[in-house]
Write a protein that binds this ligand. Sequence first.
Ligand SMILES: [Zn+2]
Ligand SMILES: [Zn+2]
Ligand SMILES: [Zn+2]
Length: 241
Amino acid sequence: MISCKCVVCRSKNPRNKRLRASLLVETQGKSFLMDTSPDLRQQALKYKITHIDAVLITHPHADHVGGLDEIRSYNFIQKQRIPLYGHDWTLRELKVRFDYIFQPTYIEGGGVAQIDLHEFDINEDSFEVQGVKIVPLELKHGSASVAGFRIGSFAYMTDCNFIPETTLKKLNGIETIILDCLRMTKHGTHFCFEEALDSARRIGAKRTYFTHLSHDFDYQKHSRALPKKTYFAYDGLIIKA
Ligand SMILES: [Zn+2]
Ligand SMILES: [Zn+2]
Ligand SMILES: [Zn+2]
């Protein structure tokens, strides 16, 4: 946290150095970026992300879409427009906040990101992105609905404080989950530690990784307190699912 002097913020352990939540999924020869965090440029440079076939957005909060402009680099590298998938809330907000990208009258000289918007219904069984089956998972983030994504036996479920019954049904047979876990004390729109543990237990995946972690969590100290099959995610973590 900016200006914080707590032990986690001052820690030298790289696993306590957290940029904003996002991930790259490589499957069936495709690379899908889930969320364009404000740290996207730094993340892409550090982890050498050289190609993106499509972007999937969970929801339009600033910490998940603030890096949208960086897609411009992939337009240059790949010499093509990049498709972006989001539900109605996401697309509505992106068009307002990034009007210079999505309203051609504002574009001068073509220097902005070239992005094609595709809407999915958060409650549909599945949709396809370049031959890959994506199962959208409705998650409650306070009163708002956020999209989680299931691909095969893997699911990404960030930013939520409640998982609806219909979504739990869609998680049948799931093996690997990345799940929201913001802080120790209860929060209005995110799972706290106890709630995240409880949901992980209820879903019963082989492995659950907690993400969107605040400075409440010291990687080493709190990892020791985790029950079996649960882990803290960290920047640069690679999971083979
Ligand atoms: Zn701190
Ligand atoms: Zn959010
Ligand atoms: Zn967030």
